[in-house]
Write a protein that binds this ligand. Structure first.
Ligand code: NAP
Length: 419
């Protein structure tokens, strides 16, 4: 692969994917986007910590800096937000990490995050939500939260099929919907914006399969399909039905659905079986608060997944902590849940934990479990010792408020002590 403005590091080797599994060298080349806003603060902090954990466990990382967002325009020229170099690097090297990217609301270019996920077919956004000791939380028992959400990443209202009010296109769509499809009393008169919400069998099944596989592999009890199928019957209702189809048809005795459990088995699940159930999204938003410990793995269409995973994140200490990663076939792009928080950009102030713990998911994907555990333990140790960034400091008694870079240094020291 040839690159226009970025360089492949001379040290380090490419990760290979043979269609089934990855082969990971000891010193893989990992592309990284720092991102906009606070990306310049949290990304270098994460690099330090991930490198320290890799080194402490006999590995190394050769970073390849690539660009997107504002910095991409500086490097590649006005209007280029997502250069081909960047997409090619993630394609060639399979595993990477990115900081947040700013998306303008209402006008301007479409989300670069959405574009990257679509270009690389990163169809599952995975967000584990667990509580770390010492992190303040707005709920009484944050330790009960231990869920992993699998959010579909390529379709739903995020597919970008929408038309602006006042355009010829929206008028054409309106006429088709009203005259051809018979919805003539449905849309109010006057200007209207229209979007389309595709949910496919293909997109749903591969996402739900991934969630069930994860539940089996990690010995978890249940997978909950979260949908709004009572209202959106042919999109979210179909998500539920196709999800159950995967569970019934592809896993034999390893997986059992909640309805067969009650109808055929007097409520008893075979030992070790994963139970697949479903909940309506609005109910689920209150259940995560009121019956937190009853849920385990969640599988959701794109929009529900966006809302629900942030709500879960709030229960374990907020956006500064919440990690995530996007997965496709033989691909992983780790990224924190939070955005670019422009008001704090470049101040060396914000919490890098979310980006660091996203990197931990990347290390797990490489099969470097020891390094991944070290990262988690060292972050927990650092927060427990009350050396914390502003967001945590304002919520606890005492403690020392430290900068982003100092917090990362403290984590590195803890990695060296724990290793
Ligand atoms: P945001 O950037 O996540 O920031 C919202 C608030 O969350 C901040 O003001 C801050 O709260 C807190 N916060 C976020 N990250 C933090 C961190 N690392 N440490 C401590 N506190 C943190 O959300 P936004 O303001 O809605 O979005 C800003 C831009 O980011 C938008 O353009 C949006 O589209 C984009 N965005 C990108 C991604 C992505 O790249 N994946 C994801 C979400 C949003 P306090 O001020 O209360 O301390």
């Amino acid at each position: 692969m040839s690159y226009d403005k970025v360089e492949v590091p001379e040290e380090g080797e490419a990760i290979e994917f043979d269609g089934e599994s990855l082969s990971v060298p000891d010193n893989p080349i990992i592309p990284i986007i720092y991102g906009d806003g606070i990306g310049v603060d949290v990304a270098p902090a994460a690099q330090n910590v991930l490198e320290a954990a890799a080194n402490a466990t006999g590995h190394d990382i050769s970073w390849m800096r690539v660009y997107a967002g504002e910095r991409a325009q500086e490097e590649y020229g006005e209007g280029t937000h997502l250069p081909d170099d960047t997409v090619s690097a993630f394609e060639e090297f399979h595993v990477g990490i990115k900081g947040p990217l700013t998306t303008p609301v209402g006008a301007g270019f479409r989300s670069l995050n959405v574009a990257l996920r679509k270009e690389l077919d990163l169809y599952a956004n995975v967000r584990p939500t667990y509580h770390l000791d010492g992190v303040p939380s707005p709920v009484k028992n944050p330790e009960q939260m231990d869920m992993v959400s699998f959010r579909e990443n390529t379709e739903d209202v995020y597919a970008g099929i929408e038309w602006e009010a006042g355009t010829d296109e929206v008028q054409e769509v309106r006429e088709f919907v009203e005259q051809e499809m018979g919805f003539d009393e449905t849309i109010h008169d006057g200007p209207v914006g229209i979007g389309i919400k595709p949910i496919t069998e293909f997109g749903t099944k591969r996402l739900v399969r991934r969630a069930i596989d994860y539940a089996i592999e990690h010995d978890r009890d249940s997978v909950t399909l979260v949908h709004k199928g009572n209202i959106m019957k042919f999109t979210e209702g179909a998500f539920r039905d196709w999800g159950y189809e995967v569970a019934r048809e592809e896993y034999g005795e390893n997986v059992i659905t909640e309805d067969t459990l009650w109808e055929e088995r007097d409520g008893e699940a075979p030992e070790d079986a994963v139970v697949v159930n479903d909940r309506i999204a609005d109910n689920m938003l209150q259940q995560i608060l009121t019956r937190t410990d009853e849920y385990d793995i969640l599988a959701l269409p794109n929009l529900n997944g966006d809302y629900l995973s942030d709500a879960c994140g709030a229960q374990i200490g907020g956006l500064g902590i919440a990690p995530g990663a996007n997965f496709g076939e033989g691909r992983c792009l780790a990224e924190p849940v939070h955005g670019s928080a422009p008001k704090y950009a470049g101040q060396d102030k914000v919490n890098p934990s979310a980006m660091i713990l996203s990197g931990r998911l990347m290390l797990e994907y490489l099969g470097w479990d020891e390094a991944a555990d070290l990262v988690r333990d060292a972050v927990e140790e650092t927060i427990s010792s009350k050396q914390v960034t502003y967001d945590i400091h304002r919520q606890i008694e005492g403690g020392e408020k430290v900068a982003t870079s100092e917090f990362a240094e403290a984590i590195v020291e803890n990695i060296e002590q724990l290793a």
